[in-house]
Design a protein around this ligand. Structure first.
Ligand code: NAD
Length: 476
């Protein structure tokens, strides 16, 4: 335990203190110069719709000021590592307020918040260690653009890697989650990261777009949707030097195959976690489940029974399994998807939704195969198809043909089959006889192929070197 174990009474007492604290957090540009900023606007709690704080977005003048003020971190790798480790300690010690922000601003359940804080801290320590082994200089100024679904872990991981390598960072958090980002940046500054080496630019895609068109930017680290990554690649191609790196971690169309040799209880547990944990708002989440026809009736009966036990509700309650979707737009998109399926008679299972907040209850929809999805459905919706034994090669081919390659799950006890499928499928993260939503910084790095990302994998040995400038080959 690192001080925030949910079975520990002191942890729970600190969480209760944070829950009842009359916090009115605010976020604004944190730049090394005078701030313009927009008028304050409310940040809302996705579980209730209530305002939880305010944000002032970066204005074009703030982007210019930050770009002009950015300075690479002029410190030895050993010093940078010390500061990043100090930041990790500050994050850990601050778990109560961090959980409060993750719950209120991002709708994270407490177990999800614990996992996210651990991952953020692991990134800080892992890249700190990596800094000590680096031999190449920083590239210069990195734009780090992050999504709302891991507003602490992914935000911190990008920044920690760029800073560990000695770059200046312009951090652009997702518009839905500026408060947790502002809090993290304050902790990083308090740990000793210089103000000119880490600047925060809250705002929407317009601020992100401005950064990917700014010739002073020497590299972009992006995590978010595939569509946005493609827009960023176009903007960089038109505006930045041709060798400017784009490190993109993007969306997925993730499948799982369960064959008739699978252990049904284990498969059901792993399907539930993979599809519905974090309300399906993980890039790794299972979207399309293929079950072999001879076990399908039994397995789906067990699955639907287990779904009835899932508890939707207040992310603060320790018993809650599934929290809300992030905002009204996400809710409307998923609701429309379910309504289309309902009109076609394809909804197989759904649960009652709470009345308020952006909740969508876990839902199962019948499909003939993964191609029916077309695109990533970013919510608690599982699509279910069945296959006959002879169709397995076609199923594998259909999964590969989506062009996405983020996660894939396989439940089978036929070793030769496991080997054949896992060796050929062009997917970054493959999970056998377990759930498909885990990554472990340092030992199980995470990243996709094809439409799911450019690599290298975050939390792996190849990630940090991409933030450095490899020496040019000697002339001649
Ligand atoms: P998004 O693409 O809508 O936004 C991501 C970030 O990009 C935000 O900060 C946003 O403001 C910014 N942005 C938007 N338009 C931009 C533009 N034109 N130029 C520059 N920046 C711009 O994604 P999201 O909805 O925040 O996050 C969910 C998506 O992220 C899903 O597709 C999910 O699969 C993906 N994701 C992938 C991973 C991974 O590791 N592969 C991890 C988490 C999330």
């Amino acid at each position: 335990s690192r001080g925030f174990d949910l079975t520990d009474t002191r942890t729970l007492a600190a969480i209760e203190t944070a829950r009842t604290a009359p916090a009115t957090p605010a976020a604004a540009p944190q730049i090394a110069g005078p701030v313009t900023g927009s008028a304050p606007q409310p940040v809302t709690n996705p579980a209730t719709g209530a305002a939880v704080g305010h944000v002032r977005w970066a204005m074009p003048a703030d982007v210019d000021t930050a770009l002009a003020a950015a300075q690479v971190w002029q410190a030895s790798p050993a010093h940078r590592a010390t500061v990043l480790r100090r930041a990790a300690d500050l994050y850990e010690a601050d778990f109560g307020p961090i959980f409060a922000l993750l719950a209120r601003e991002a709708g994270k359940t407490l177990p999800d918040a614990v996992g996210e804080l651990r991952e953020a801290v692991d990134f800080l320590r892992y890249y700190a260690a990596g800094a000590e082994a680096l031999t190449h200089p920083p590239r210069g100024t990195f734009a780090c653009i992050s999504p709302w679904n891991f507003p602490l872990a992914i935000f911190t991981g990008q920044i920690a890697a760029a800073l560990a390598a000695g770059n200046a960072v312009l951090a652009k958090p997702a518009e839905q989650t500026p408060l947790i980002a502002a809090h993290a940046v304050r902790l990083l500054h308090r740990a000793g990261v210089p103000a000119a080496a880490l600047q925060l630019l809250p705002g929407d895609g317009r601020v992100g777009a401005a950064l990917t068109r700014a010739p002073r930017v020497d590299g972009v680290a992006f995590t978010g949707s595939t569509d946005t990554a493609q827009a960023i690649r176009r903007a960089m191609a038109d505006n930045l030097a041709p060798d400017t790196p784009l490190i993109a971690e993007t969306g997925g169309l993730n499948a799982m195959i369960v064959d008739s040799t699978a252990l049904p209880e284990q498969a059901v547990r792993d399907i539930l976690a993979s599809s519905f944990q974090s309300a399906g708002q993980r890039c790794s989440a299972l979207r399309c489940l293929y079950v072999q026809d001879d076990i399908a009736p039994h397995l789906t009966k067990m699955l639907f029974g287990a779904m009835d036990e899932l508890r939707l509700g207040d992310p603060w309650h320790l018993q809650t399994d599934t929290g809300p979707l992030i905002d009204a737009g996400a809710e409307a998109t998923i609701r429309a998807h379910i309504e289309t399926a309902r009109a076609e008679g394809r909804v197989l299972k759904e649960l009652p939704s709470p009345g308020q907040g952006h909740y969508i209850a876990p839902t199962v929809i019948a499909v003939s195969g993964i191609a029916d999805l077309g695109r990533e459905i970013f919510g608690p919706v599982l699509h279910l198809a069945t296959f006959r034994a002879a169709e397995l090669p076609q199923v594998v081919a259909d999964i590969a043909a989506t062009g996405y390659g983020l996660t894939f799950g396989l439940h089978s006890r036929i070793d030769g089959r496991v080997q054949a499928i896992t060796e050929t499928l062009p997917v970054g993260n493959i999970y056998v006889n377990r759930n498909q939503i885990g990554a472990v910084v340092g030992s199980q790095p995470f990243g996709g192929e094809g439409l799911s990302g450019t690599g290298p994998k975050a939390g792996g040995p190849d990630y940090l070197p991409r933030f450095t400038r490899a020496p040019r080959p000697a002339p001649g």
